[in-house]
Design a protein around this ligand. Structure first.
Ligand code: SF4
Length: 445
């Protein structure tokens, strides 16, 4: 007998924070008796959680809308997320969109479901971003192996290329008690790894009780999370170099749960470019942070965000970045090609770099990232690590990540899904992934 439950499907663009929020929004639907289905399936309601950083965000959005319309032309289509906050009218004008909710409304989405009849033009419920000064907690549950736990939102920095403060508002944090409660809830679901996420999580504690003060620090958050019963592995998603303190590094090195993996945005290796970006450090601080991490944990994995083609970036400044990264003891790069964003300071800066040159520079840094990752993996061969196996059978293989973010692979075995095992890293295979031998006294089956 066909279930009379209304079906809802979600599509998320962008960062871990967006995935944690989609998952929480989805639970508010299922809590009201909706049935959640995959986006590829026919649904009565489609929700798209948008991103303002994704390149061609507008094209991507339209493609996803068309996909939903093909599944069910009568479905009610809702857009939420950063792009919806920044350009609500633009999204509302896209054929098929019925409702656009801004940053203050996205978590109240189930209040807008009384009338699901299609609208000729999307209805916008948005706000001035200043009104988004309250905090809503969230965490993802979609993946059996790891969960993204939101601990902080918004940002008070003024990086000249960035729209996130315009899309997500001021820096504010969850209460420490609520973060610990969420972490325990996640662990209670049998999920073995929690990834702390936010916009500027090193700024954790700011606005915890709706004011500008820091009630707690990121270091206190890390210490408290390390004591939560049942939590096995904690990973810091990304942290600003100027907010990565010695005590946090030292604590991670001896902690029961935090893994030796730091993703630290650099953006440029040229101090002149860093100043034009209004980043809050110069390359010397970054270099010193990397050295401090590697001194404390030589096997730590360090990932780096870097932007190429920032306005005015000369060939010399780009080569400064290239050589700086080439010298640095880091493990991989996330390379972003600069693209103009409306209402940012950088958008009005002179001497835009031709796209052809931006792409050439991006290609060079992606090549460097492959070299760095290989060198890091080679440095780990012969060492003993703990892998957390994921849940997907990819071409007859199961994959997993060690605590220091080495990606390993083994023949598919369903019994390994979502288990932690002690292994010895032995060789790098033709796909650049690491093979290993199990160590008999595996930790937990
Ligand atoms: S720190 Fe800078 S780049 Fe990061 S979210 Fe804040 S303003 Fe954007």
């Amino acid at each position: 007998m066909r279930s009379m439950k209304k079906k809802v499907a979600f599509y998320t663009l962008g960062c871990k924070l967006n995935f944690s929020e989609t998952s929480t929004i989805a639970r508010s639907f299922t809590g009201l008796g909706y049935e959640q289905v995959d986006f590829e399936q026919k649904a009565d309601i489609y929700v798209i959680n948008t991103c303002s950083v994704t390149e061609n965000a507008d094209k991507r959005f339209k493609t996803i809308v068309r996909k939903a319309q093909k599944q069910n032309p009568d479905a009610f289509l809702i857009a939420v997320g950063c792009y919806a906050q920044l350009k609500p009218e633009e999204l509302a004008a896209v054929d098929g969109v019925d409702l656009v909710l801004g940053a203050t409304e996205k978590f109240k989405i189930t209040d807008y479901l009384s009338d699901l009849s299609k609208n000729d033009m999307g209805v916008v419920h948005s706000c001035e971003i200043q009104e988004a000064d309250f905090y809503v907690g969230s965490y993802s549950l979609g993946d059996r192996t790891r969960a993204f736990l939101k601990v902080q939102d918004g940002c008070d920095y003024k990086c000249t290329y960035c729209t996130i403060p315009l899309a997500r508002g001021i820096s504010r944090s969850d209460t420490l008690d609520n973060v610990l409660k969420n972490a325990a809830e996640i662990a209670g679901q049998g999920i073995r790894e929690i990834v702390l996420t936010g916009v500027n999580i090193g700024d954790y504690g700011k606005g915890e009780f709706g004011n500008k003060k820091h009630e707690h620090t990121f270091f206190e958050l890390v210490q408290a999370l390390d004591r939560v019963e049942g939590v096995e592995r904690l990973r810091i998603s990304s942290i600003e170099p100027n907010l990565l303190r010695d005590e946090t590094i030292a604590f991670v090195a001896r902690s029961r749960t935090f893994v030796p993996h730091f993703h630290i945005p650099l953006q440029s290796g040229s101090n002149a470019v860093l100043k034009r970006m209004k980043r809050r450090y110069l390359r010397e601080l970054y270099e010193e942070r990397v050295a401090h991490v590697k001194r404390t944990m030589p096997h730590a994995c360090i990932g780096v965000d870097v932007i190429v083609g920032f306005p005015g970036e000369t060939e010399e400044e780009f080569l400064e970045t290239y050589h700086f990264l080439n010298e640095l003891d880091i493990s991989y790069l996330h390379v972003f090609t600069y693209s103009e964003r409306a209402n940012t300071e950088a958008e009005r800066m002179p001497n835009p770099v031709p796209m052809k040159i931006r792409n050439k520079r991006s290609k060079m840094l992606r090549g460097l990232s492959v070299k760095k990752r290989r060198a890091f993996y080679e440095s780990q061969l012969g060492t003993y690590r703990t892998v957390l196996f994921e849940g997907e059978n990819k071409g007859g293989y199961i994959h997993g990540f060690t605590e220091n973010y080495v990606k390993v692979k083994a023949p598919w075995d369903p019994a390994l899904v979502n288990t932690l095992h002690r292994i010895e890293l032995t060789r790098i295979d033709e796909d650049g992934l690491v093979r290993f031998d199990f160590i008999p006294e595996s930790i937990t089956a």
